[in-house]
Design a protein around this ligand. Structure first.
Ligand SMILES: [Zn+2]
Length: 258
């Protein structure tokens, strides 16, 4: 199969035991994870390390995750593109964190944000979240988020049309997928990453691009929860044009993050 420069926009690097999301035991060192992604055909990967944080009393643990991302970027600058966290429970701290990370450190990617892991559920369109995302607009940062509530997604897209959004996961449920891709096609600022469930449904990428457009779909895996080779091979096998494949594999990511 042809080789491409593939950028995975949805990696959760397992930096230590707390950030290891693998289902079946430790996934191994960062070196081993990068080697696994490379063996799957991936040239670069982006995303935030993630851990379960219950009822955070302060922003400290969230900032610590972002610092872990920067340490990893400094060690593997050719491979890893950092993603950072914010937290709607701490709007002022989150805005300052965006200034620190996107201003000072030059970060372009916020997420993947998983509210159900960090005790904020689907709070992506609340007053606090909107305050935080207005700061993201100032720094032209992209927000990658996990959300199953179409009303929340619609409210967020409509309220902040300048915010660059990437919804995670198509879904392998036919009706759910069609609803999600429909909302991606409806809002100009909303995109979809193909990580998680869905790639095993043959033709899903063709359908997604037909409905939402070539500029809307980004390559992602959710490794180490998922096997990254499933996504590279699945995407290569789909009936896409060269142009569509290049945009999916990295073109759209690079355009959004500049
Ligand atoms: Zn994820």
């Amino acid at each position: 199969m042809k080789e491409y420069h593939i950028i995975d926009c949805h990696w959760h690097p397992a930096i230590d035991a707390r950030t290891d999301t693998g289902w079946f035991g430790p996934v191994g060192s960062i070196r081993k994870q990068i080697e696994t992604l490379r063996r799957a055909g991936i040239s670069q990967a982006c995303g935030a390390p993630i851990e379960k944080i219950e009822k955070p009393a302060s922003f400290r643990k969230i900032r610590l995750l972002n610092d872990k991302a920067f340490a990893l970027r400094d060690k593997h600058p050719d491979f890893y593109i950092p993603g950072i966290h914010i937290h709607p429970k701490f709007p002022d701290e989150s805005c300052c964190e965006i200034e620190r990370c996107c201003g000072g450190e030059g970060v372009r990617w916020i997420g993947e944000l998983v509210g159900r892991w960090m005790d904020y559920g689907d709070d992506f369109a609340t007053k606090n979240a909107l305050q935080i995302f207005r700061t993201a607009i100032e720094y032209d940062a992209v927000v990658n988020f996990h959300c199953g509530d179409l009303k929340v997604i619609g409210k967020l897209c409509a309220t902040l049309p300048e915010l660059k959004l990437v919804l995670a996961h198509p879904s392998s449920n036919r009706m759910e997928f069609l609803e999600r891709i429909k909302i991606v096609s409806k809002f100009k600022n909303l995109h979809l990453d193909i990580s998680g469930a869905g790639i095993d449904r043959f033709g899903i990428l063709r359908k997604a691009i037909d409905m939402a457009g070539t500029d809307k779909i980004l390559f992602g895996t959710d490794y180490p929860i998922n096997n990254p080779a499933v996504y590279t091979h699945g995407a290569k096998l789909e009936d896409l044009s060269e142009k569509e494949r290049k945009l999916l594999f990295g073109g759209n990511f690079l355009r959004l993050t500049k």
